[in-house]
Write a protein that binds this ligand. Structure first.
Ligand code: DAH
Length: 353
């Protein structure tokens, strides 16, 4: 036959050849192969149909019609042969009962460890009367730095640490901006926690990631004191890590709190004796905290002479790593099921679609 320009005879010869091959296909696999060779996207009949463009205009509908008739006829032959070989079959699902296909597997699912830790931490603060506040991941420089009393030349504003979108907009480097956003819209007294993702331009290593989670806390009222801060943090640590953990506060510096502190808890590795995990100090740092700086109240529109408050912020991966003995922050985002499954305390089961 002339491959280039199909005519009636050559089409009929093709069709008959295909019919024979369908009838002689010994099993479903061979039959599918035959179907692909003749009717597939690059099949012989399909190609013939494509080449009718080369025919004179008046010939095209005639030859095209013949090819389509054959396609239909072969389709029926194909289905019949398929039914002969195995039950029934249609184009959509060629082998409904093919026992050689892999079975449909059930899937199992569970909460990601970070999801579970966030849930647990929220529960503890709910019980102390905190509610949830949220803010955007893509944040204004104003909320992330300026309104939190960061001096213009503070090193945290350095391009090295912050992903800038442009000179005014960035990916938030901390959840602290939610403090100001929340105070702008709400009157004191207030008690909030704000969990969320934060971003830093860090090279990932076992204890650094370019994106991770924090939980911010803020309590503002009349006469809130450092003793209240100690009380809430200690309660949280006892609930989350266990009642035998001790908590201490060390003086520190944060621009948005004065005084500022870092909270430590007794090292879980040595229970305070001193080991390699805590660099022989017996203590592990768990969060930053302090009394809200008067300038921050002013930025938020509060009168610093009539309210006081405390704030704190902790890294959620860090909490999970300390509680569950996880050695590398990069594991949280690596999607290694062997790691993740260890932390499923309930699982869901479903059937694959
Ligand atoms: N934003 C701080 C950080 O990312 C953590 C922090 C420290 C939050 C002290 C606070 C605070 O609210 O009072 O390192």
């Amino acid at each position: 036959m002339n491959e280039e320009i199909p005519d009636r005879d050559s089409i009929d010869r093709l069709g008959e050849e295909a019919s024979r091959e369908i009838a002689e296909s010994p099993d479903l696999k061979a039959l599918e192969q035959t179907r692909i060779v003749w009717l597939g996207r690059k099949g012989k009949l399909t190609s013939a149909l494509r080449s009718i463009g080369k025919l004179p205009a008046d010939q095209r509908p005639i030859i095209g019609g013949i090819i389509n008739e054959w396609k239909e006829r072969l389709g029926v032959l194909f289905e019949n042969r398929c039914a002969e070989l195995f039950g029934s079959c249609s184009d959509k699902e060629p082998y409904p009962g093919d026992p050689t296909l892999p079975g449909r597997r059930n899937w199992e699912g569970g909460l990601h460890i970070l999801h579970r830790v966030i849930k647990d931490i929220k529960q503890i603060f709910y019980r102390m009367g905190y509610s949830i506040a949220e803010g955007p991941d893509v944040e204004l420089d104003y909320y992330n730095f300026e309104a939190l009393n960061f001096p213009a030349d503070h090193p945290s504003r350095d391009l090295q640490d912050t992903f800038y979108v442009n000179s005014d907009i960035l990916l938030r480097t901390q959840t602290s901006p939610v403090q100001v956003r929340y105070m702008e819209k709400n009157e004191p007294p207030l008690r909030i926690i704000s969990p969320g993702r934060v971003y830093r331009n860090e090279t990932p290593d076992p204890s650094h990631a370019a994106e991770f989670f924090q939980i911010e806390g803020l309590y503002v009222d009349k006469d809130v004191s450092l003793a209240d801060l100690r009380n809430d943090i200690t309660f949280f640590v006892h609930q989350f890590f266990g009642a035998d953990a001790k908590v201490r506060f060390r003086p520190h510096f944060f621009p948005f709190t004065e005084p500022s502190a870092e909270a430590d808890m007794t090292c879980f590795g040595c229970r305070g004796e001193g080991c390699s995990i805590c660099q022989k100090t017996g203590w592990i740092e768990i969060m930053g905290a302090g009394m809200v700086h008067p300038n921050v109240f002013e930025f938020a529109g509060y009168d610093p002479d009539s309210v006081t408050g405390f704030a704190f912020g902790m890294g959620i991966e860090r909490m999970a790593m300390l509680k569950y003995g996880i050695d590398d922050i990069r594991r949280f985002l690596a999607n290694d099921m062997r790691f993740l499954k260890q932390f499923w305390n309930e699982t869901w089961v479903g059937v694959q679609e």
